[in-house]
Design a protein around this ligand. Structure first.
Ligand code: ZN
Length: 104
C-alpha cells in the first residue's frame, strides 16, 4: 500500500518486525504464525489453511474453536470471505470440527 506523505508518515508507532493479522473472532492482533487462515479458494470452497500458503482470499483466526464460534456468530466469516453469500451450515460445521481437532 502506498503511504501518503502526510502527517502520519513519520510516526514510529508500528515497529513492523512481524506481520500481524487480526483474528476475526476475538479481534486481537497476533503474529501471522500464531493464527490460522480460513481460505476461500478460487473455486469458492472454504477450507482451513494451517500453513498460510493456500491460494485464495483468507481471513485469520486464532487456533481456537471459541474464536471460530465468535466469528461464525457475528457472521464475520462470510463478511470476510464470501460477502453477500451466506456460508452453508455444513461447511461451517466441518470447519469447526476440523479446527477443534487441531486445536492447540
Ligand atoms: Zn481470536
Amino acid at each position: 500500500m502506498p503511504e501518503k506523505n502526510g502527517e502520519h508518515a513519520k510516526q514510529p508507532l508500528k515497529p513492523k518486525k512481524f506481520p500481524e493479522r487480526k483474528c476475526i473472532g476475538c479481534g486481537e492482533r497476533k503474529k501471522k504464525s500464531e493464527l490460522i487462515r480460513i481460505v476461500r479458494s478460487p473455486e469458492g470452497e472454504l477450507s482451513l489453511d494451517f500453513t498460510g500458503r493456500k491460494p485464495g482470499r483468507g481471513a485469520y483466526l486464532c487456533h481456537s474453536v471459541a474464536c471460530f464460534r465468535a466469528a461464525r456468530k457475528a457472521r464475520r466469516i462470510e463478511q470476510n470471505l464470501t460477502p453477500g453469500t451466506p456460508v452453508p451450515e455444513e461447511i461451517l460445521n466441518a470447519l469447526e470440527a476440523e479446527l477443534s481437532k487441531n486445536e492447540v
